[in-house]
Write a protein that binds this ligand. Structure first.
Ligand code: HEM
Length: 535
């Protein structure tokens, strides 16, 4: 059977032949066919992807929700047993999830059939955080998403805006060094999970709200209770975005908080927005009253955008939800990648030395300065380390889900309309058909491209960093910059040792972070005058 270029199943050719062959009844046929497209017989359709055995009506819900293993571990085990890189998991109400472990199949979905897979699922978590889908990451593929994505690309992460915000990021890079240096002075170990997550949170708060903290920092420049609560809420919201509540499988149950998840999600949403929203309300008031005249941060940018009639382009609710979503988009990936990279490098001092040698070479060993954003282009080994962390230790097992808007044929299989395509970050990055010795942390595998420059993007989807296509990440430059500066400053400014000689690289059972946060002792590597004295 011929398929059209979009991989959809055409009915028109078959209808035309039927019409010619049965001329005497053609008038009746025409009338019928006008009303109804011919539905191909089941035998004509490509097969569905292989599925694990499932239950009538509820599909694999028991395995997905109540298995002793977390969902992603169960899925990967099942696919290994079935020896397949694509499968179809059935859920109640005819819903289907299609996990993918093969880059070629992933590219078919997000490059060849990008338009067919541009939608997002609805869920309790995504609905609450996005204020009913007002935002760019979580919203379905519609005009509201187009509007918000355009605002982000043209006003928030554009190259000009990125340059404009440089000094705010640079201050935070200095604050990071100050914070770690305080630990050296006090002879204390650093919790690198706290350091990396709060660096990312501080950078984004500074760029959005013009301040790194909503409350008061600790005496060493670390996060105070308000910031700790803020970031905990960000991670709780991220972990509960999709398929966390029973109401994600039975939407009719939403509003009843049967399994307690609704309360968790709403509290996380409140804790993210509680310190943010009053600042946004106050800014709107200041701009309306004419009290504020200078654009100083990204909230000012959001508030002052105008539509074609000169009216505010964004409502207060749109700004509030988009600001919360940005906090969620920015912190998890770079902080997790750098914590894992530090753990791997502490265990492999040769690799650590290669990275610090590169930084010294690029900055100039005797030159009295800290590594800067302008050095990033040349820090190829440092970037290769981060790429390797994205490949081997992604922050979440799956990419943000994409929903198919048509029946589409991928890898010879029929992916039914409405399926949730789940590209496995875990499975792509560890696929032995793509990567030799996939469990070994080896930055070298990313070196030696055509022009020698290493980038963090991976459009071929051999692993997922920023993904690709029309729903791909808009923050590649900012994300690269934050992750590279974070790692480069930690490596340039300090020598690191683990408390018991080596780091236990065990993964958490329910997620992909290190099972326990990475603790390490820093010692200064540079001349004393290079360490900031205040923050
Ligand atoms: C190292 C840092 C980052 C990584 C690894 C990362 C990764 C990703 C990934 C994997 C997606 C999902 C793409 C898909 O659905 O196929 C995504 C989406 C997105 N990211 Fe990022 N991101 C990072 C930083 C940022 C930053 C700094 C921003 C800036 C505000 C941002 C904004 C977004 C947005 C708006 C989307 C959704 C795009 C859409 O659905 O149309 N991200 N990101």
């Amino acid at each position: 059977m011929a398929l059209n270029s979009a991989g959809e199943i055409p009915a028109a050719a078959a209808i035309f032949h039927a019409f010619l062959a049965t001329l005497p009844v053609s008038i009746i046929l025409v009338l019928r066919l006008k009303k109804k497209k011919r539905v191909p017989a089941a035998s004509e359709l490509p097969p569905l992807p292989p599925s694990p055995p499932s239950w009538p009506l509820i599909g694999n819900l028991p395995e997905v929700m109540f298995h002793t293993k977390p969902f992603f571990r169960w899925v990967h085990d099942v696919m290994k047993e079935m020896k397949t890189d694509i499968c179809l998991i059935r859920l109640p109400g005819g819903a289907t999830i299609v996990p993918v472990l093969d880059p070629a199949i992933a590219r078919e979905m997000l490059r060849k059939h990008d338009a067919s897979f541009a939608d997002r699922p609805t869920s309790l978590g995504s609905h609450v955080i996005s204020g009913g889908y007002l935002t760019a990451v979580l919203g379905p593929h519609n005009d509201q998403w187009r509007k918000m994505r355009k605002v982000l690309t043209s006003e928030i992460v554009s190259p000009a805006r990125h340059r404009w915000l440089h000094d705010k990021r640079a201050e935070e890079a200095d604050n990071l060094v100050f914070y770690v240096h305080r630990h050296c002075v006090a002879g204390k170990s650093v919790d690198l999970r706290v350091a990396t997550q709060h660096y990312c949170g501080n950078v984004m708060r500074k760029m959005l709200f013009g301040r790194r903290f909503f409350g008061n920092p600790t005496s060493d420049g670390g996060p105070g209770p308000t910031e700790v609560e803020h970031l905990e809420a960000v991670f709780t919201a991220l972990k509960n975005l999709y398929w966390s509540s029973i109401s994600d499988y039975f939407p009719g149950l939403r509003g009843w908080n049967f399994d307690g998840k609704e309360k968790i999600v709403k509290e996380a949403d409140k804790a993210i927005k509680a310190p943010q929203n009053p600042i946004i309300d106050e800014r709107i008031r200041q701009w309306r009253s004419g009290e504020r005249k200078e654009i100083d941060d990204l909230i000012d940018v959001f508030v002052t955008l105008k539509d074609d009639d000169g009216k505010p382009l964004l409502t207060a609710q749109e700004i509030k939800c988009q600001a919360a979503e940005i906090m969620m988009a920015v912190i998890d990936n770079p902080s997790n990648a750098v914590e894992w990279t530090m753990a791997e490098l502490i265990n492999q001092p040769d690799l650590m030395r290669k990275a610090t040698d590169e930084i010294d070479r690029v900055v100039g060993k005797d030159s009295p300065r800290l590594v800067q954003e302008s050095d990033i282009e040349k820090l190829n080994y440092v970037k290769a380390c981060i790429r390797e962390a994205f490949r081997l230790h992604p922050v979440f097992p799956f990419n943000v889900p994409h929903v198919s808007t048509h029946d589409t044929v991928v890898a010879g299989y029929l992916i039914p309309k409405g399926s949730h395509a789940l590209l496995s970050r875990y499975g792509l990055g560890r696929n032995p058909k793509v990567w030799t010795d996939p469990l070994r942390f080896d930055p070298e595998r990313h070196m030696g491209g055509d022009d020698g420059e290493v980038v963090l993007t991976e459009h071929d989807l051999r692993f997922i960093s920023f993904s690709t296509g029309r729903r791909g990440c808009v923050g590649t430059v900012l994300g690269t910059c934050m992750a590279t500066m974070l790692l480069a400053r930690l490596l340039q400014c300090f020598t690191w040792t683990a408390p018991s000689g080596g780091v236990d690289l065990a993964e958490a059972e329910n997620e992909l972070s290190l099972a326990t946060p990475l603790l390490a002792f820093p010692e200064p590597r540079l001349a004393p005058h290079l360490y900031p004295e205040t923050n």
